[in-house]
Design a protein around this ligand. Structure first.
Ligand code: ADP
Ligand code: MG
Length: 253
């Protein structure tokens, strides 16, 4: 078997003595699209925050691209190529689509936002590079024509694509998508599914959280099921749909 791109091993995190994520392990292979499902409060978003470094794990290890990352701050993990589209992420109003993507890119670029705003000569080149990458990311999600238009005028489905573009701007190797299809209409979901398939065809490794079993099992190579902070099942979409514990967790929620 090839070396996993991401290895989460025995990771736990509690809030006020209650485990949100408990002894969770998962390996994600390069190029894989992993689905994560589970009822509300199962610990899905917390798991993403542990992988991205927004939260520190209290035990366990996280290895990415062959090295431990669990002690690194979030911005260092981002620079290594771990990107997250957060649950319910909002666009920046009053900015163009391109500016929305560039704001995200500064977080993963050396020099950062402050030096870009100050326009120090040494950073003008970095600024141009970010602009170039931002246009490239917009192009990848099919929003090239929207670059200079107001982001808030975009329909919701394309606002979601814009969030994906923002995450792609640092050219990540691992993209974490937290309920990207939430609140979208059927046609918008289909467009998003197609975008995700294109990113997968381009070799990007992804983990996608969905509340909706049907949507996640449609795209994923493998699916991990969380309930009450624990992994209760993992397998192919067909195995997961037939899994008694999965049926029980969903009927019980
Ligand atoms: P999911 O994304 O699967 O709906 P979450 O990871 O958001 O679940 O939450 C898992 C559990 O952890 C929930 O009980 C939630 O209330 C709790 N939790 C998450 N984040 C925090 C936090 N920052 N402080 C306290 N409790 C939290
Ligand atoms: Mg969540």
């Amino acid at each position: 078997m090839t070396e996993p791109l991401l290895r989460v091993a025995g990771v736990s995190r509690a809030f006020g003595g209650v485990y949100a994520v408990r002894d969770v392990s998962l390996d994600v292979a390069p190029g894989e699209l992993r689905g994560v499902i589970g009822p509300n409060g199962a610990g899905k978003s917390t798991l993403f925050n542990l992988i991205g470094g927004q939260l520190a794990a209290q035990s366990g290890t996280i290895a990415y691209a062959g090295g431990r990352v669990d002690r690194l701050p979030a911005h260092r993990r981002a620079r290594l190529g771990i990107a997250i589209v957060f649950q319910g992420a909002r666009i920046f109003r009053g900015m163009t689509a391109l500016e929305n993507v560039m704001v995200g890119a500064h977080a993963t670029t050396r020099g950062g936002f402050a030096s870009a705003v100050l326009r120090l000569p040494a950073h003008r080149r970095a600024e141009r590079e970010i602009r170039h990458q931002a246009r490239e990311a917009l192009d990848r999600v099919g929003l090239a024509d929207w670059a200079d238009r107001s982001a808030e005028a975009l329909p919701l489905g394309q606002q979601r694509a814009l969030q994906v573009a923002r995450a792609l701007c640092g050219r990540p190797r691992l993209l974490l998508l937290d309920e990207p299809a939430a609140g979208l209409r059927a046609a918008e979901r289909d467009a998003l599914a197609q975008l995700i398939e294109e990113l997968k065809a381009g070799g990007l490794t992804m983990i996608k959280i969905e509340h909706d079993v049907a949507f996640v099992t449609r795209l994923a190579d493998r699916v991990t099921v969380l309930d009450l902070g624990r992994v209760i099942a993992e397998g192919t979409p067909a195995e997961i749909r037939a899994h008694p514990a999965v049926i029980a967790a969903y009927l019980g929620s």
